[in-house]
Design a protein around this ligand. Structure first.
Ligand SMILES: [Mg+2]
Length: 226
């Protein structure tokens, strides 16, 4: 395995614990806004805390206001609010419709890994929530852009290889780190899907697991018959 020094040892250890097959395709998927309804959960959490989020751009910071004063929440305070959100809500975010069924079908033909930027302290809550939602796949909690972790996963796994995420920077980072990756830009929330910029790298856009799974299966079939 090629060393990827930019990776936190906690991430490296989780990747070393995986047992991936070189003989099976590999599907790596983000969790928030792909497997779990992140924005819907965040909105409800912020509302309970006396805040509101206006979805005017694909960003959280700058779009959250105190409901009564209208004052925009400053970046440092937003960081704290988000920390509280992950602490209190990670274990009970609603799954995205169709995700569990689609992954179950895909798992018959591919290895599946969830690569999530959930805070390290909430890694186990996320793993339990994945299992409870019918998605008991190995989880790697990552920090920062996902290219370095994805390069390590690509060393271990088979082909074709897929990566799904809602955040364009992560898709771009993975594109630069893994030359033969198939990118799926997946955004579950229809309001966010309208706001999110597209990554420059070649990709397929989706917000629907039926569609995404069909695309992945087709690519796998095409690879096998090539
Ligand atoms: Mg996400």
């Amino acid at each position: 395995m090629t060393p990827h020094t930019a990776l936190d040892p906690f991430v490296t250890n989780q990747i070393s614990d995986l047992s991936l097959s070189k003989d099976r395709p590999l599907i790596v998927t983000d969790a928030d806004e792909v497997l779990f309804q992140f924005m819907a959960g965040l909105e409800a959490f912020l509302e309970r805390q006396g805040y509101e989020i206006t979805l005017k751009s694909f960003a959280i910071t700058g779009n959250v206001r105190h409901r009564e004063t209208g004052a925009v929440v400053e970046p440092a305070d937003m960081k704290q609010l988000l920390g509280g959100f992950f602490e209190e809500e990670t274990h009970r975010l609603d799954p995205v419709e169709g995700a569990a069924d689609a992954l179950e079908r895909l798992s018959t033909e591919a290895d599946i890994v969830v690569l999530s930027n959930v805070p390290f302290a909430q890694r186990d809550a996320r793993a339990r929530s994945l299992a409870a939602s019918g998605m008991p796949y190995p989880l790697v909690a990552n920090s920062g852009l996902k290219g370095p972790a994805m390069a390590s996963l690509a060393d271990l796994g088979g082909r074709p290889i897929f990566f799904l995420d809602d955040i364009p920077h992560n898709l771009q980072s993975v594109h630069e780190a893994v030359s033969d990756v198939n990118l799926v830009h997946f955004v579950a929330d229809p309001r966010l899907r309208k706001l999110v910029p597209s990554p420059d790298a070649d990709h397929v856009s989706s917000g629907d697991w039926e569609h995404a799974a069909e695309h992945i299966s087709e690519r796998i079939r095409a690879h096998m018959t090539a």
